[in-house]
Design a protein around this ligand. Structure first.
Ligand code: ADP
Ligand code: MG
Length: 241
């Protein structure tokens, strides 16, 4: 992997990314951003500033109009659809505001779905799903269906599903946005703990209070990065080996 600006290997690198939608809206305007392994950062900005568009481009769910997106050193534009979805399955985990769990599946089955897509054998899926649910404090809820779980528990299942493949980067879009403040706080605490245990996480939020609790803030306005506090571990001066 190429080095990130913290000196750690970069898990994601955007260079000069512009996204223009049909009709001419420029949702992203020359965005460059490097995320190093082990980081926990907030991408923060008001509604309409380009956060979701940025998440889609970072997650290779959408391609930029201009600029490059590299995941773990691989240029997303050089891959066909099949390889791109393999890259997503291998390197990325997604957490959404509305959880996006499958209704008829238990917590364990929802988590195991990620493993199915990653090609893990049936026999190994159940124990890995259980371990992931234990990591998020839901070892006692493995057989519950989504409607039998609270909102906070559902989001923790979604986080376990995002983690179970040990992705290089977890992308979380407003992960506390559908939760009350107590459950939202618990989910944020969980993300902080998982980061301490080694997971690289980008949290997209419109909420400055949430952003301020994370070690790095990247602020978006009108499709541009207007502030980036950079990785917390002091960046090496330019040109330092
Ligand atoms: P945020 O997530 O920060 O609210 P978005 O990335 O959703 O911002 O949107 C950024 C801008 O791009 C907005 O002006 C929005 O209206 C526009 N936009 C987003 N998606 C599309 C689309 N599919 N087609 C046209 N314009 C879009
Ligand atoms: Mg959005």
């Amino acid at each position: 992997m190429p080095a990130g600006n913290s000196g750690l290997p970069a898990v994601l690198r955007l260079t000069g990314v512009t996204k223009t939608f049909p009709g001419g809206v420029r949702a992203l305007d020359d965005v460059s951003l490097t995320i190093g392994r082990g980081e926990l950062l907030a991408i923060v900005g008001p509604s309409g500033s380009g956060k979701s568009t940025l998440l889609n481009v970072m997650g290779t769910l959408d391609l930029p109009t201009r600029g490059t997106v590299e995941i773990a050193g691989q240029d997303a534009a050089s891959l066909n659809d099949r390889r791109l979805s393999a890259l997503r399955g291998r390197w990325l985990g997604f957490v959404f505001q509305q959880f996006h769990l499958t209704d008829g599946l238990t917590a364990a089955e929802n988590v195991a779905t990620s493993l199915l897509y990653a090609g893990v054998s049936r026999r190994r899926r159940a124990p890995l799903a259980l371990t992931a649910l234990e990591r998020v404090g839901l070892g006692h809820r493995v057989g519950h269906l989504p409607h039998q779980l609270s909102g906070g528990e559902r989001q923790r299942v979604a986080i376990a599903r995002a983690l179970v493949n040990e992705p290089a980067l977890v992308l979380a879009d407003e992960p506390t946005g559908a939760l009350d403040s107590a459950n939202g706080g618990a989910v944020l605490d969980l993300l902080v703990r998982l980061n301490r245990e080694g997971t690289t996480i980008a949290v997209i939020t419109h909420d400055g209070n949430i952003a301020d609790q994370l070690p790095r803030q990247v602020e978006m306005r009108d499709g541009r990065v207007v502030r980036d506090t950079g990785p917390r571990t002091g960046p090496a001066p330019e040109g330092t080996p």
